[in-house]
Design a protein around this ligand. Structure first.
Ligand code: UD1
Length: 359
């Protein structure tokens, strides 16, 4: 039985790694890893394969960057040839990026089964390209693996349900975090960056909604410059954001560093006072690490990190952000608990379910 696993961007690699490892234990699954090439810089791609021990992709479509439609079309044209040539029994997609939707749609048009890992997340903000991707992929998929009961409810309200279709398995991103936590402790990144534990905050910023519109970007940087007056901020910068800073000649008072590898980044977060981010996965990782997280957005598709975890959605609201920063610095911020089934075993559950379905 041939299973094709799809990855394309940085956060996909941490999700695909434990799934591949778990599927490998069932020797009747022949696995083929396809990298779409949506992310291609070494520090957004290659480093994660090396650190997480993911086998080199069997095929790299080498698609690269472009507009949404261009990128999706390129992935679809190229992956269709692979699907027709190899005729997989199942295609596994993760997350909500352009590579995810393009491969899921192409597979279903060829009547190939699709499993979606991290299904059912909804920000209810249809201006986010990821939200559109999530909706379409979930409606196309045959098997949907969810990280929380709330995600199951979202699917139910859209008419997607069934004991043999939607499975609450936990979180594969957390499988990777728990597996690599000890290794990450050995990272020398604090020494390299000359940072002291708990004396800095980590920032990541790359969402289209935050960085592509000049107004939002200017407002965001002005708020972050105000936070910098209270605590040093370190920001591993995404190339999309760097380009916007340069193009618009935006000066920031906080420290920008190159994008980090997985182990260094986990170490950086674990030793920080708090994290500010617009990423999805980082909201989940901080919840498990017990580090306060301020999500610099108007919504989150991961509400379990707010109800159970250490996350707060701040909106682009200076007063709110600064008051939350004060709470953290004064030890008044909430603590959290680990969400149900985020126990490092999600990938094993997925492999077992797929094995039961296809054996
Ligand atoms: C993509 C995902 C986003 C995810 C993020 C993780 C979509 C719609 N967006 O956003 O959901 O959170 O990945 O990082 O799929 N670039 C480089 N080098 C690279 C890749 C990109 O310099 O290796 C630059 C290019 O200028 C490119 C821009 O970053 O145009 C954006 O890349 P793209 O893959 O389109 O979207 P991301 O912002 O990375």
């Amino acid at each position: 039985m041939l299973v094709i696993l799809i990855c394309g961007v940085r956060p996909n690699f941490m999700k695909i790694a434990p799934v591949m490892e778990a599927l490998k234990k069932h020797t009747d699954f022949e696995l083929l890893l396809v990298h779409t090439g949506q992310h291609y810089d070494d520090n957004l791609s290659k480093v994660f394969f090396e650190e997480l021990g993911i086998p080199k992709p069997d095929i790299n479509l080498g698609v690269g960057s472009g507009s949404h439609a261009w990128q999706a079309a390129e992935v679809m044209k190229k992956i269709e040839e692979i699907f027709i040539d190899r005729i997989p029994d199942l295609v596994i997609v993760v997350g909500d990026v352009n590579s995810t939707i393009s491969c899921a749609l192409t597979a279903k048009k060829l009547h190939i089964d699709v499993a979606h890992i991290e299904a059912g997340l909804r920000s209810h903000d249809r201006k986010m390209p990821e939200e559109l991707n999530r909706i379409v992929v979930d409606h196309l998929s045959d098997y949907l693996f969810i990280t929380s009961k709330k995600a199951g409810l979202n699917l139910f309200f859209e008419g997607i349900h069934g004991r043999n279709k939607v499975f609450f398995v936990g979180n594969v991103l957390i499988d990777t975090l728990l597996k690599n936590r000890e290794k990450a402790e050995k990272s020398e990144i604090l020494r390299t960056l000359n940072l002291e534990k708990q004396k800095y905050a980590v920032l990541t910023l790359h969402r289209e909604g935050n960085v592509d519109l000049l107004d939002s970007l200017q407002k965001m940087t002005s708020i972050l410059n105000a936070v910098q007056k209270k605590i040093d901020i370190v920001c591993p910068i995404h190339p999309r954001t760097m380009k916007k800073f340069k193009r618009n000649s935006i000066d920031v008072d906080f420290r920008l560093i190159y994008p980090l590898g997985y182990l260094d980044f986990i170490n950086l977060m674990s030793n920080s006072k708090f994290v500010m981010t617009d990423s999805g996965g980082i909201q989940e990782e901080t919840t498990v690490l017990g580090i306060p997280c301020l999500t610099l957005r108007d919504n989150t598709e991961r509400p379990v990190t707010v109800t159970d975890g250490t996350n707060i959605v701040t909106f682009l609201d200076e007063k709110n952000i600064l008051s939350n920063v004060d709470d953290i610095l004064n030890g008044k911020f909430k603590t959290g608990k680990i969400p149900e089934k985020w126990d490092g075993k999600a990938s094993e559950r997925i492999a077992k379910i797929l094995w039961d379905i296809y054996e």
